[in-house]
Design a binder for this molecule. Structure first.
Ligand code: PLP
Length: 397
């Protein structure tokens, strides 16, 4: 009989969003017609920018034209897309060869697929609270997993001084769910640690475009030494609203070698075997995001979400509640009031003021006692939710 990958049996039920959904459903059934305000979603609410939509239309027309029709695309990415990304990095003073940029169908896909490059014997280290996909992808692969706890004591930014036991380490900055962002000095420590140990850093930069503080790095490749120890995984989902359109990119430097193997060459081999490229139309839409016009338009959308974050932070400031993130990230990570557990606070928010957030415990055990608010909603809904939340927090004093 075939032996299946029994690592799947070790996966814990991904109950976070399911449980939230069930609780909201039960509330709505008991209170028909009453509005519920959502600060829990990780999806965006604004549509694609005009530059991307125009390029998508034009590319669809290309596919109907005998002269311009595009069949299979090169698996690592269309040259125009790879160049657009390399130019974007060049704008920040990072010099990349186009061959170091790979297109992807989104960061989630890539975060799972990239594990093909590493032996199952290599241990992975995840900083908790964390985006749940890191943990589950490594459990499926049967890899040894270690964790580092992020909390107020380390500013939600663990450092190598905590001695992680790992060959593969995930750094997510700006962080989901905490909104914490590593400084250059802190990242330099991770880069030096990885180079000394022969480890590889998987740097998840899905929220880099939300950084507004000029001193903070958007990319690990702003740090000296990163070209020999890091892979950067990025996405147009939150930056440009491509959650449903699906597009991302991954940077693997030519200088990244382990065990005599070149990881860029390995990834070319992987992509040419396991994919047949990413849609030409979508890559055209994505390249348009990197044009000056596209950048100006997505900046407006990011500004809209950052305003939402400001509204949420103002309410917390007024109520005297401690929080992290929000300034350089679309998430505000707050401490639950009165020492409440994160599900207890979730229930109070839903039942008392009809506002839905995300309990911190869903991102790992050390998220207990914290709560994530998302800035990706509509401005008017966010404003109402923030007002209600302020009143609830005051009433709990
Ligand atoms: N990485 C982080 C930290 C995320 O929060 C998300 C989505 O919420 C992703 C990656 C996945 O992005 P994508 O939509 O490109 O798969």
């Amino acid at each position: 009989m075939i032996k299946v990958n029994d690592n799947y049996a070790k996966l814990k039920e991904s109950y976070l969003f399911y449980r939230i959904g069930q609780k909201v459903k039960a509330y709505k059934e008991a209170h028909p017609g009453e509005p519920v305000y959502r600060l829990g979603i990780g999806d965006v609410s604004l549509p694609l920018c005009d530059a991307a939509v125009k390029a998508l239309h034009e590319a669809a027309d290309d596919q109907g034209s005998a002269e311009r029709f595009q069949g299979y695309t090169p698996e690592p990415g269309m040259p125009f897309f790879r160049e657009a990304v390399a130019d974007y990095y060049a704008g920040r003073g990072i010099s990349l060869q186009t061959a170091e940029v790979f297109v992807s169908s989104g960061a989630s896909d890539e975060l799972g697929d990239i594990l093909d490059l590493f032996s199952r014997e290599s241990a992975a280290c995840i900083m908790e609270p964390a985006y749940p996909a890191y943990l589950d992808a490594n459990i499926m692969a049967g890899r040894k997993i270690t964790t580092l706890s992020a909390g107020p004591e380390n500013g939600f930014l663990p450092t190598p001084e905590e001695n992680p036991d790992a060959d593969l380490i995930y750094l997510c900055s700006p962080n989901n769910p905490t909104g914490a962002v590593y400084s250059r000095e802190q990242l330099k420590k991770w880069v030096d640690w990885a180079n000394a140990r022969g480890a590889v850093i998987l740097f998840d930069a899905a929220y880099e475009a939300f950084i507004e503080d000029d001193s903070l790095p958007h990319s690990i490749f702003e740090i000296e030494g990163a070209r020999t120890c890091a892979i950067e995984i990025c996405s147009l989902s939150k930056t440009a609203g491509f959650t449903g359109t699906r597009l991302g990119y991954t940077v693997i430097p030519m200088d990244l070698e382990r065990g005599g193997m070149n990881l860029n060459a390995m990834w070319v081999r992987n992509r040419t075997t396991k994919t047949n490229g990413v849609s030409y139309i979508i890559q055209k839409g994505g390249a348009a995001v990197f044009t000056p016009e596209g950048q100006e338009q997505i900046r407006k959308n990011i500004h809209y979400y950052k305003n939402n974050a400001r509204v949420l932070m103002d309410a917390l400031d007024k109520a005297g509640i401690e929080y992290w993130g929000g300034k350089n990230a679309p998430y505000v990570w707050m401490r639950c009031p009165k020492g409440m557990g994160s599900w207890e606070f979730f229930d109070r928010m839903l039942n008392d003021i009809q506002v839905v957030g995300t309990p911190g415990e869903g991102f790992g055990p050390c998220g207990e006692g914290f709560f994530r608010l998302s800035a990706f909603g509509h401005a008017d809904e966010t404003k109402t939710a923030a007002e209600r939340m302020y009143r609830l927090l005051e009433s709990l004093k």
